[in-house]
Design a protein around this ligand. Sequence first.
Ligand code: KG4
Ligand code: ZN
Length: 350
Amino acid sequence: MNILGIETSCDETSASVLSDGRVCSNVVSSQRCHRSFGGVVPELASREHERLIVSIVDAAVTEANIRKNELDVIAATAGPGLIGAVMVGLCFAQGMAWALGLPFVPVNHVEAHIFSPFIDEGASHCAPAGAFVSLTVSGGHTLLSVVESDLSYEVIGRTLDDAAGEAFDKTGKMLGLSYPAGPVIDRLAEKGDPYFHLFPRALTSRSQTSKSYRGNFDFSFSGLKTSVLNWLQKQTPEFIEQHTPDIAASIQWAIVSVLVEKTIDAARSRGIKAVSIAGGVSANSALRKAMKEACDKEGITLHVPGTVYSTDNAAMIATLAAVKLSRGMKGEYRYNISPYASFGGGSRKG
Ligand code: KG4
Ligand code: ZN
């Protein structure tokens, strides 16, 4: 079965062809037009998707070495995301499905991230045999979920304010780094001291309140943002310039240590022996290393996506569509768009 997946929920235009569960192409174009703005400008994102969608889909089909009339199903991100951006991919996918007389499968973007660590294992093995704890961390989401082997899941923690990727991007902007600052901080931090300055870790056992937050799986990163801003305002430009790698490493460690602590705590409290990380921030080298060390210490198996499947990509959309179809879901011929699409309709618990 050949499935074409399309992803346009934020600032990546992507298309992928999955043949019998194997990724045959995964073309991703990251928009550069937002760099000087320090964040994604929704209107520009929609226009860029509109400009690129035809050539990206063509490239994905050509790279997979098939013709469009050999496609069996078309899938696209149906939310959550920037409404204009989602609409470009969704309307294009539905139009193409209609023109080719094919069924269309809408896919939830965050669910696709959750299952992205298992893409290389093939769609039919899209999850480990038992339950696993998923940490999904991107520019828009920070979620801890318990996922069962039947693919149902329960969200047990989420951010109360900023997402982890947003914390990287906004503190990076304060340091004068270009958008998206997450990968830049990652690179700079390699040469820095993560203990140079201790920034706050909200809602953790290290929070400076008498209340213990063990067992609380929610996150909060807005205090970190304020703390970085206040601290930077007290330093001279020369000091900041001289210590940029140390500051980047300290910010990174403040975010990563919270993500690791909460994820391991969740796995321990539920007696679950498998953990996965997903979403753009899961590309972070310090997060990968610290999570691996913590999992090894606890005898937990860690599942990590290939770096191309960490950030937004269409292979994860096509893969989740394949899994849903293999479990009896039928394609549709109409679908409503929602920027606030909730998780998973029938598959979410709680
Ligand atoms: O999943 P994604 O591509 O898009 C959303 O669905 O939001 O995630 C993008 C986010 C951005 O905030 C970006 O700064 C962050 O992922 N990111 C990273 C790294 N690579 C991407 N953050 C930290 N370290 C990285 N290496
Ligand atoms: Zn994403």
